[in-house]
Design a protein around this ligand. Structure first.
Ligand code: SAH
Ligand code: SF4
Length: 354
């Protein structure tokens, strides 16, 4: 694996600095960006309108290499899951959910991409396939950007909604995540509106506060899954580090500074968090944080031992929240047929390889 950074990890500012150091006019930076994000060049020598000396200088300092698709599942009008191979052969998942699947139950033209930010995950939530084999490494910013470029190429359409809900804890890879978001969002980059980007976190309170103070209009989703410490402690080890009081305080601060609606993700796990007595404390937290609640029936991962409640139980839980006066949507996950929950495809691939 080359230890040179990839050209797609650079911002416009970095490229302007590079051009200045090599006595090149400023417009060269715009030309390079055009090759990278408009023309989607796959190699530096392709950049035919750059002087040879500049191409050589770029090649001696940087690589340009997209991740590749090791396996794809699903067809063009269904959820498609890509097992993505990184430079060092590590595997992550990227999931493309076209508008026709109607993830949001509406007729929006949302083509959503779910991207990974780490190989594996160190947070070890008990229900999640991504953490089962521990943490390997962070993705670099160009690998995160690369997931989107790859998915647009494979899917043959523009992605206009991006969620950081794949493998890994995005806020534990903060610097690379933010750099990737700036590139995804920039007009010189992939031009995806910040409001079309959602970061999901298991609850890293200090980073939530840090994010509140960034100049970025991204959306925030909190993987809550329990409204009392007793429940959350059982399924999410991160709760011992940042218990609910601390997490909720960080969410309130985020809400105060940014004034944006937060989403609470709440997986329904049978016999763990779906008792109707869990609804009032959940409704209280949602009110305090001005959060809407997204209920997700657990997508079963056999290794975890947890079970998905019946559809009827899920509906009852949703209705109870409605009765308590908070907004809750029940998202019946699409794409179970292809192991859509994060980490499941990679896990299967790794088990098969054993
Ligand atoms: N680490 C981040 C983002 C990746 S997980 C986080 O935890 O938020 C993205 C979402 O998928 C989280 O809400 C996570 O709790 C949920 N998830 C994990 N395993 C799941 C499963 N088997 N079924 C349904 N949702 C799952
Ligand atoms: Fe990591 Fe998120 Fe899975 Fe928890 S739910 S193990 S934080 S990827």
């Amino acid at each position: 694996m080359s230890d040179k950074p990839d050209l797609r990890s650079l911002t416009e500012g970095d490229l302007l600095d590079f051009c200045a150091r090599h006595s090149q006019p400023k417009f060269r930076a715009a030309q390079i960006l055009d090759w990278l994000y408009a023309k989607r060049a796959s190699a530096i020598p392709e950049m035919s309108n750059l002087p040879r000396s500049l191409r050589d200088a770029l090649s001696s300092d940087f690589t340009l290499q997209l991740p590749s698709v090791a396996r794809a599942q699903g067809s063009a009008d269904t959820t498609r899951k890509f097992l993505v191979k990184l430079r060092d052969d590590q595997l992550v998942e990227t999931v493309l959910i076209p508008a026709s699947v109607g993830l949001y139950g509406d007729r929006s033209e949302r083509h959503t991409l779910c991207v990974s930010t780490q190989v594996g995950c160190a947070y070890g939530c008990k229900f999640c396939a991504s953490g089962l084999d521990g943490f390997r490494r962070n993705l670099t910013s160009d690998e995160i950007v690369g997931e989107m470029i790859l998915a647009e190429r494979e899917g043959g359409q523009k992605i206009n909604n991006l969620v950081f809900m794949g493998m890994g804890e995005p806020l534990a890879n903060y610097a690379n995540l933010l750099r990737a978001i700036r590139i995804l969002n920039a007009p010189w980059g992939l031009g995806l509106g910040a409001r079309k980007i959602t970061i999901s976190t298991s609850g890293l309170a200090p980073q939530i506060r840090q994010l509140a103070n960034e100049d970025l209009q991204v959306r925030l989703a909190i993987s809550l899954h329990g409204a009392r410490d007793e429940v959350r402690d059982r399924i999410m080890p991160v709760n011992r580090k940042y218990p609910l009081a601390e997490l909720v305080a960080a969410c309130e601060e985020y809400q105060n500074i940014r004034g944006r609606l937060i989403t609470f993700e709440y997986i329904l796990l049978d016999g763990v968090n779906n008792d109707l007595r869990e609804a009032p404390p959940l409704a209280d937290l949602a009110r305090r944080c001005h959060a809407k609640i997204n209920l997700i029936p657990f997508n079963e991962v056999p290794e975890t031992g947890f079970k998905r409640p019946t559809d009827e139980q899920c509906l009852k839980f949703r209705d109870e929240l409605g009765r308590l006066g908070v907004t809750a949507t029940l998202r019946m996950e699409k794409g179970h047929d292809i192991d859509a929950a994060c980490g499941q495809l990679r896990l299967r691939e790794m088990r098969e390889a054993d």
